[in-house]
Design a protein around this ligand. Structure first.
Ligand code: NDP
Length: 448
């Protein structure tokens, strides 16, 4: 599988030990394919067991969350926090509330987060957390009670210099507000500690837009470097109409592209006039899913209840922004056959290894999520800075810094790709190596 015997032996043992953690193994395998050259060139990596150490989380905290629903029944959920790597800064990573949350998914996300945070250039280690609690269909009071009980355990493991959580799937400003409120009550200090907070609670302007906008800034750099082109008149499809997808759609539109397809869990809308983003925003205020309601306002659009049908829509650029493993090999083939020539991951690991390889073999420009969706955590880092300085920057200041960070991330990936593969556009290898090097050097400096 890998050229290096050392990596092959290591991965064989890892897959035996964690045979029941497919998402985690997938993320590690994807990362290790980029390590062959480095391991061969730099014997210190093997000598200091850097790969063995970087792949194991420093700590996993698991706990029970009991709470009372509106009917007075006691409910029990499982929760965890994976504190992955603190070599370059305090642990930092989102919290996910979704029925699918398990150790494999938390570990894959925390592992990727470590390199993503390193790529931003800001001092942030990697972490991820979550619970199998599903906020959809729950009342506001139920969500508040769950969040408060979640913090009653988690508070002892987090802090502004220790571990700084943020949002993710199922966790937005509302949930962060309830969690931060409880944390603050226990600690009796206004320390920040969470990012993606509401503006009035110490959040940063531009954080809500950051992941989606950052994704578009990264793609802009790719278009410039590889095609001498821009978003103008490009047909774009975006899966997921949540925090990442909706903001990416807004920026694509602003940069002159046309979003012709979007999806959420209810299905896929294709609208050749360009998706009506204002309508989606309005519908989202009162509905948890919106795509199945779109045609009532735009009968000329078409709807499919099958989410993967989005990859059948002809486009120039595809942005998977919903969840992990959305694009399997069959959908990758479909995309390429319909003319797509650039895929940029807004979600974490939305493309399987086989699908990624297919894109690369077919010379499709490919932006890996750990680089292209790093804008969210980058602005979370800026939120931490503002909290520490007791200052608020304007939206324009934050957005300008985000833009610069995304340009830098692209530059680092591009340069590492050139240096280690001789190819300018292998951004998967470029992101893995550029993200790894800073963490690796810090680990060497800090001893075993
Ligand atoms: P949200 O919960 O805000 O949005 C996710 C959206 O995707 C929802 O519209 C959801 O529908 C939809 N969805 C879920 N599964 C599918 C599917 N199979 N097909 C189509 N739509 C689907 O989450 P975020 O936007 O915050 O996160 C999306 C992804 O981006 C995740 O992988 C996350 O880890 C990653 N990410 C997020 C960052 C952030 O700043 N928020 C930063 C970096 C990465 P429904 O609500 O109906 O389930």
């Amino acid at each position: 599988m890998f050229k290096s015997t050392y990596l092959n032996d290591f991965y064989a043992k890892l897959s035996q030990r964690y045979h029941d953690q497919p998402e985690f193994l997938q993320a590690v395998e994807e990362f290790l394919t980029s390590m062959d050259m480095l391991v061969e060139k730099d014997p210190r990596i093997q000598k200091n067991a850097i790969i063995e150490r970087i792949v194991e989380p420093e700590r996993i905290i698991k706990f029970r969350v009991s709470w009372v629903d509106d009917a007075g029944n006691v409910q029990v959920n499982r929760a965890m926090r994976v504190q992955y790597n603190s070599a370059i800064g305090p642990y930092k990573g989102g919290i996910r509330f979704h029925h699918s949350v398990n150790e494999s998914i938390m570990k894959f996300l925390g592992f990727e987060q470590t390199f993503k945070n390193s790529l931003t250039g800001l001092p942030m280690g990697g972490a991820k957390g979550g619970s199998d609690f599903d906020p959809s269909g729950k009342s506001d009071n139920e969500i508040m009670r769950f969040c408060q009980n979640y913090i009653l355990e988690l508070y002892r493991h987090i802090g502004p210099r220790m571990d700084v959580p943020a949002g993710d799937l199922g966790v937005g400003a509302r949930e962060i507000g309830y969690m931060y409120g409880m944390y603050k009550r226990i600690q009796n200090e206004f320390s920040g500690t969470f990012t993606s907070k509401g503006i009035e609670s110490g959040g940063s302007l531009g954080r809500a837009e950051a992941t989606g906008y950052g994704l578009c800034y990264f793609v802009e750099e790719m278009l410039k470097a590889f095609k001498n082109d821009t978003f103008k008149d490009k047909r774009v499809i975006i899966s997921g109409a949540g925090k990442v997808g909706s903001m990416a759609a807004e920026k694509v539109h602003e940069l002159g592209g046309k979003v012709v397809g979007m999806s959420d869990i209810s299905g896929v809308i294709r609208d050749e006039n360009g998706i009506d983003l204002e309508l989606i925003k309005t519908l989202a205020k009162t509905n948890s899913v919106v795509m199945d309601k779109y045609r009532a306002y735009h009968p000329e659009a078409t709807f499919s209840p099958t989410t993967k049908d989005i990859w059948k829509i002809p486009c120039d650029i595809a942005m998977p922004c919903a969840t992990q493993n959305e694009i399997y090999l069959d959908s990758a083939k479909e995309l390429v056959s319909k003319g797509c020539w650039l895929v940029a991951e807004g979600a974490n690991m939305p493309t399987t290894i086989e699908a990624t390889k297919y894109f690369q073999d077919n010379h499709i420009l490919f932006a890996p999520g750990k680089a292209s969706n790093a804008g969210g955590v980058a602005v979370s880092g800026l939120e931490m800075t503002q909290n520490a300085m007791f200052l608020n920057w304007t939206f324009e200041e934050v957005d300008a810094k985000l833009h610069e960070i995304m340009k830098n991330i692209f530059r680092k990936c591009h340069e590492a790709s050139m240096m280690y593969t001789g190819k300018p556009d292998d951004l998967v290898t470029g992101a893995n190596i550029a993200g790894f090097i800073k963490v690796y050097q810090a680990m060497l400096q800090q001893g075993v």
